[in-house]
Design a protein around this ligand. Structure first.
Ligand code: ADP
Length: 486
C-alpha cells in the first residue's frame, strides 16, 4: 500500500487474493488493510493538509500536469493491469487510460480559476466568500472503471487543495497501486495522496467512519452508498455519492433505427453491462418495435465475448464470481417474468473458470417486473413498448433511481419536452455516453447526491468561508438591518 510516500504492507501482515476474471485464477496477493492502516493514512493526510491547502494553486496544477504526462507515458502498462485485473478488453482499457490525462488537465486548469463571490450587503461594508478545501478526503472506488473513477475524483480534490486517501475495490486494487507510483514520481509531497487496499467492510468502513475525514466520495451500489452516508454522517463529513441506476433508452418513431440499435447495444453491453448509466430499460415505440428488434438481434450476433487480450473481443467477462452469480440469477428471474428473445445461455468457447455472460434481451417485460426495476449490472436489457408520451414518462419516473436517460428522436420538441420532464441527472439526445471531465455527472433520487465532473464538482471538494469587513472609520451597530442592537 502507499501511505505517507512509503510502500508498506498491512500492519497485520494479512493479504487477500485478487483474480483474473477471465479465468478465475489468482494473479496477486494484495495487502489487507484494516482500521489501523486507515488511521495511519488519514493521519499522514491530515498532517500535510494545511501545507497543501496553502501551496500555490499554480504549483498544485503543475504537479497534476506532471501526473497527466506520466499517465500518458504509461498507458500500455496501466491498460494491461486494468484488463488483467478487472476484465476490460484491452483495446477499451487502452482507450480509457488514454483519456485519463483529460481529467487531470481539466482540474489542473481549474486550480487557479475557481473562487468565491462578492456580495452586495447594505451599509459601507465589503462582503465576500472564499472557497476552501475540506482537508482530508476519502475516495472509495468501485471495480467497474477502477482507474477512471479514481482519477475523476482525486483530480478535483487535489487541484482544490485537499489531501486524499483512496480505497480501491477489493476486486481491482492493482491499477490504483501503479497509479500511486506515478503520483510519487510526479513529485506530490508525501502524505498528500495515499492508497489503502482492503475489503469494503474493513478498510472501506474504517475510512468512511474516520472522524478526521472531512469529505467522502463514493461511487458504487445504492446499498453501500447508504451505509457510507450513515458512517460519514456520524462525524458530519461532506458526502458525494454516485450510485445505481436503471437508465432508460427511448426510441421514438422518427428515430434513425440503425443508429439507435448501435447505441442500444452500447447501452447494455458496454463493459458487459457493468456501468452505472447502462441503458438497461429499452423503450421502443410501437410503430418501430418489430423492425428495431430484428435489427438488434442481427447486430448482437456480431458481439464477441471472450478473452480481454484477444483482439477480436468486444465484451470481456464480469468482474467476479459474485457478479456472475448475481447476473445469472437475474436471468433466471427474467425467464419467469418475461420472454427471452436473445442470449441467456452459457457462452460457448470461453474459459470455463471465467465469469462470462453474453448479451441477453428480454421482451414483453411488465413494468413492475424485477428485471424492469432493479439494477442488474450485467449485459441484460428489458424491452418495453410505448405509444403515449405521458405514460412513457410516468413509467420512467416511477423508479427509485434517476441517474441518466438516452432519447433517440429527430423531433427536437418531443425530445426536449421529454428531457425536461424526466427525473434524472443527465439526458443525452441522439448521443451516447462518452464520459467527459467538463460535464456534470450524478443522480437524482436514490442515484446519488453531489456531482462528479464539471465545475459543479467544485462544491463537492470545497467549503465556503464568508468574510465581512466594516469600512466605516468608527464602526457602530447603526447599519444593523433591524436598526437595533441584537
Ligand atoms: P459491490 O457490492 O458490487 O462489490 P460496492 O458498491 O459495495 O459494490 O463496492 C464499491 C466500493 O465500496 C468498493 O471499494 C468496496 O470495497 C467498498 N465498500 C463496500 N462495502 C463498504 C462499507 N460497508 N463501507 C465502506 N466501503 C465499502
Amino acid at each position: 500500500m502507499f501511505v505517507n510516500g512509503q510502500w508498506v504492507p498491512s500492519r497485520s501482515g494479512a493479504t487477500f487474493p485478487t483474480t483474473d476474471p477471465s479465468t478465475g485464477r489468482v494473479i496477486a496477493e494484495v495487502p489487507r488493510g484494516d482500521g489501523a492502516d486507515v488511521d495511519a493514512a488519514v493521519r499522514a493526510a491530515a498532517d500535510v493538509a494545511v501545507e497543501w491547502q496553502f501551496t500555490d494553486a499554480i504549483a498544485r496544477a503543475a504537479l497534476l500536469r506532471n501526473l497527466a504526462k506520466l499517465v500518458g507515458d504509461n498507458v500500455e502498462e496501466l491498460a494491461r493491469i486494468e484488463a488483467l485485473d478487472s476484465g476490460h478488453y484491452l483495446a477499451k482499457a487502452q482507450e480509457l487510460v488514454s483519456a485519463i490525462p483529460l481529467w487531470l488537465e481539466y482540474w489542473a486548469g481549474a486550480a487557479d480559476k475557481v473562487g468565491g463571490r462578492t456580495i452586495a450587503v447594505p451599509g459601507n461594508k465589503l462582503s465576500f466568500t472564499l472557497l476552501e478545501p475540506l482537508g482530508v478526503t476519502a475516495h472509495i472506488i468501485p471495480w467497474n472503471y477502477p482507474l477512471l473513477i479514481l482519477a475523476r475524483s482525486i483530480a478535483p480534490a487535489l487541484a482544490l487543495g485537499n489531501t486524499c486517501v483512496v480505497k480501491p475495490a477489493e476486486d481491482t486494487s492493482l491499477s490504483a497501486l501503479k497509479f500511486a507510483e506515478l503520483v510519487s514520481a510526479a513529485g506530490f509531497p508525501d502524505g498528500v495522496f495515499n492508497v489503502v487496499t482492503g475489503y469494503g467492510s474493513e478498510a472501506g468502513a474504517a475510512l468512511a467512519a474516520h472522524p478526521e475525514v472531512r469529505g467522502i466520495t463514493f461511487t458504487g451500489s445504492t446499498e453501500t452508498g447508504r451505509e457510507i452516508a450513515r458512517l460519514g454522517g456520524q462525524h458530519i463529513a461532506q458526502i458525494n455519492l454516485e450510485l445505481g441506476g436503471k437508465s432508460p433508452l427511448v426510441v421514438f418513431p422518427d428515430a434513425s433505427l440503425d443508429d439507435a440499435v448501435e447505441v442500444a447495444v452500447q447501452g447494455f453491453c458496454s463493459r458487459a453491462g457493468q456501468v452505472c448509466v447502462a441503458g438497461s430499460r429499452l423503450f421502443l415505440h410501437d410503430d418501430i418495435a418489430d423492425e428495431f428488434l430484428e435489427k438488434l438481434v442481427a447486430r448482437l450476433a456480431s458481439a464477441t465475448v471472450g478473452d480481454p487480450f484477444d483482439e477480436n473481443t468486444t465484451m470481456g467477462p464480469l468482474v467476479s464470481a459474485k457478479q456472475f452469480d448475481r447476473v445469472r440469477q437475474y436471468i433466471e428471474i427474467g425467464k419467469q417474468e418475461a420472454t427471452l428473445l436473445y442470449g441467456g445461455d452459457e457462452v460457448a468457447g470461453v474459459d470455463d473458470g471465467g465469469y462470462f455472460v453474453g448479451p441477453t434481451v428480454f421482451v414483453d417485460v411488465p413494468k413492475d417486473a424485477r428485471i424492469a426495476r432493479e439494477e442488474i449490472f450485467g449485459p441484460v436489457t428489458a424491452v418495453m413498448r410505448w405509444s403515449s408520451t405521458d405514460e412513457l414518462i410516468e413509467t420512467i419516473n416511477d423508479s427509485e433511481f434517476g441517474l441518466f436517460a438516452v432519447l433517440w428522436c429527430r423531433d427536437i420538441t418531443s425530445a426536449l419536452d421529454t428531457a425536461k420532464r424526466l427525473q434524472v441527472g443527465s439526458v443525452l439526445i441522439n448521443d451516447w455516453f462518452g464520459e467527459l471531465p467538463m460535464t456534470p455527472h450524478g443522480g437524482h433520487k436514490q442515484s446519488g447526491v453531489g456531482r462528479e465532473e464539471g465545475l459543479e464538482a467544485v462544491h463537492g471538494y470545497t467549503q465556503t468561508k464568508h468574510i465581512g469587513i466594516n469600512l466605516d472609520r468608527s464602526p457602530s451597530a447603526s447599519t444593523d438591518w433591524a436598526g437595533a442592537p441584537l
